[in-house]
Design a protein around this ligand. Structure first.
Ligand code: ADP
Ligand code: AMP
Length: 228
């Protein structure tokens, strides 16, 4: 048992639904640390290492990194985070779990710690909208903030509003890799939602609205479920 109870909230949805955008807005409001497995892998890709080469092999084609490696990277990160700040009150998981094996690994890791998932937010957007969002996505190379060339451009048109860093397009936001990632989402990730629905943990939010409207809906749904 940990000394205090930690909220574990999952944000799930197809690639491009706005999980990262929304997580950045809602996590500070709810006292949650945003942990995105995609961000952890992007940090590993920047290192010149065998692990970086292994991850790149899967990442660039839009394939899932093997479960065993993903689970190890994620739990090591959470442990490091909690060791450096034992008073962390919650974690907002983004991009994990992506399949049944990962969902089971999360359940058993939390059970071992005497903890549980507080809520799972599904942000859903029709598939035909997602390709437009992903092929126009821009990421800050310094702080990871997310923009869109048309739907959410940076104020000065070229660099990050938050830190002034330069913006880049992700190597897996090509039409081919996006199609592959979306296929994996509908085949492997969407089916695990039933597991959370049965436990009455799932809240569904319409992601096909203005960014601020989606944020308001998520906060309204999560506030009663997260102990702050
Ligand atoms: P995810 O983390 O789910 O893959 P992102 O948060 O990276 O999605 O968003 C994907 C792209 O869509 C980004 O370019 C982002 O700026 C844009 N975006 C996010 N939410 C919206 C929205 N509600 N309307 C229009 N574009 C959005
Ligand atoms: P994302 O930033 O969530 O779109 O993830 C980008 C890429 O990182 C994915 O296409 C996978 O290659 C890898 N990845 C992120 N999260 C996971 C996960 N939970 N399981 C396996 N691979 C992942």
């Amino acid at each position: 048992m940990t000394a205090h109870s930690v909220n574990y909230v999952i944000i799930v949805g197809p690639q491009g639904a706005g999980k990262g955008t929304q997580a950045a807005a809602v996590a500070p409001e709810l006292g949650l640390e945003h942990v995105a497995t995609g961000d952890l892998f992007r940090a590993i890709l920047k290192t010149d290492s065998d692990l970086g080469d292994e991850v790149r092999h899967y990442y660039d084609q839009g394939a899932l990194v093997p479960d065993e490696l993903t689970v190890r990277v994620l739990f090591a990160h959470i442990q490091r985070m909690q060791e450096s700040d034992p008073s962390i009150s919650g974690v907002l998981l983004d991009g994990f779990p992506r399949n049944r094996e990962q969902a089971d690994a999360l359940d058993s890791a939390l059970e071992d710690r005497g903890e549980a998932i507080s809520a799972v937010v599904l942000v859903d957007v029709p598939r035909d909208e997602l390709m437009k969002r992903l092929t126009g996505r821009l990421i800050c190379s310094e702080c990871g903030a997310t923009y869109h060339s048309e739907f959410n451009p940076p104020a000065n048109g070229e660099s990050c509003d938050v830190c002034g860093g330069s913006l880049y397009q992700r190597s897996d936001d090509t039409p081919e890799a996006v199609a592959q990632r979306l296929d994996i989402y509908y085949e492997q990730t969407e089916p695990i939602l039933q597991h959370y629905r049965e436990q009455d943990l799932l809240v569904e939010v319409d992601g096909n609205q203005e960014i601020d409207a989606v944020t308001r809906e998520i906060l309204q749904a999560l506030r009663p479920r997260v102990n702050t």
